[in-house]
Design a binder for this molecule. Sequence first.
Ligand code: 5AD
Ligand code: SF4
Length: 478
Amino acid sequence: MNISENKVIDESIQGQALVMETPKTTGKKLFLESYGCQMNFSDSEIVASILMEKGYTTTTNFEEADVIFVNTCAIREGAESKVRNRLNDFKRVKARNPNALVGVLGCMAERLKAQFLEQEKLVDLVVGPDAYRDLPNLLEQAEDGHRAINVLLSKEETYADLTPVRLGTNGVTAFISITRGCDNMCSFCVVPFTRGRERSRDPESILNEARDLFSRGYREVTLLGQNVDSYLWSGGGLKKESLTEEQKAASVNFSKLLEMVALVNPDLRVRFSTSHPKDMNDEVLYTMAKHENICNNIHLPVQSGNSKVLQMMNRGYTREWYLSRMEAIRRIIPGCGISTDIITGFCGETEEEHQETLSLMEIVQYDFAYMFMYSERPKTLAERKYADDIPEAVKKRRLQEVVDLQRKHSSVRTHEGLNKVHRVLVEGYSKKSEDMLMGRNSQNSVVVFPKENYKKGDYVNVLVDKCTSSTLIGTVVK
Ligand code: 5AD
Ligand code: SF4
């Protein structure tokens, strides 16, 4: 696998145009394109639900849209440049249809508001991730020819009462946001600045969303948060920092929430992302082990295998701590799928420190990894404190080493699935043929098998007898 063709390196620069599951009216047409993490895709569903109430429908053709929204990602420079190019494409639509409105939503909004609105005059609206309820007002302002902007971040907004419209859905799997924002301040990361302080969502609203999805035929939910392990609900308004130990014990933590969602229905699978190594405790692992329908899969970003680099990254754990968490996962949930995020070429990273990332990978043998070169982001702790001093070519070479090693490990993990029976939730046709169906096993590996009479949403047991480097292939056994 070559870096330039490796999709896993920068998923944030793959934009995706999204359409609604069931358009309600034939009003104005909205083209909504989303970049970046699952949280952004989930936010796009909130945006769609707010505008659907106002009579909008969605389109996948931006040329015919009345409103074009780009839900942006700011996590790495590459993601930002991609959005910029896209905005230039949309400028063409405005040249033909002066009434069309273009808006930038999400993580780039705060940082680039002045540039996009006033200097480059690329867009009519700029709206931050906590201001989507204001969209109908802002659209009216923009229609009246005013530049419309709201990038205020909130300490409370969770959109808990909104029922998101499912976009680009397969009708089987869906995402549910459980927290917004992040308080962790990893030194490389712009998220705390673009998405604000962490807040947890009322568990009742999460359960209602899960029940509603199940009743509409969905069979898997993924609970989303920047750090799901820090989820804590102690009743509206109470701040985490000011809680007594007693109040904390009476609160709903992530482990309790996970159990509550698992109990919605044994046929509703539950996944979650992202876990944080400093906060992921054994209670969560035991809850996973206890409930059959909580998938055996953990995304636990390591970022680096060297303790000094981790300290400079402000990650709050050491190499040894991370490995002890791995040991706990293997002990409590044997066969658990484990994936990670890795950054190469962080400020000051020496060759030996990079080697420690490779050696940690050898110990863990991840099933899957998202791998990135360090990209300095404005306002972050690292930008202010450290020099971005690793030459691009070195960052790239180290990344290639990480990618090559990961490819080997992914293949080893996939081959471990051979000659075993996997419980698979069917998601749809396989990419290659309509005679084959695809789904995922509990560990999140893709499994492909002949269709017979099975359909989306079914659970099947597949005996796997073949595989590629990342896909398991087999036949259904009764
Ligand atoms: N440079 C490179 N990668 C980054 N990530 C976050 N910020 C940066 C950055 N400035 C990666 C981390 C994180 C994932 C979502 O994106 O690995 O876990
Ligand atoms: Fe960024 Fe760290 Fe928060 Fe993840 S945990 S969003 S990397 S600050």
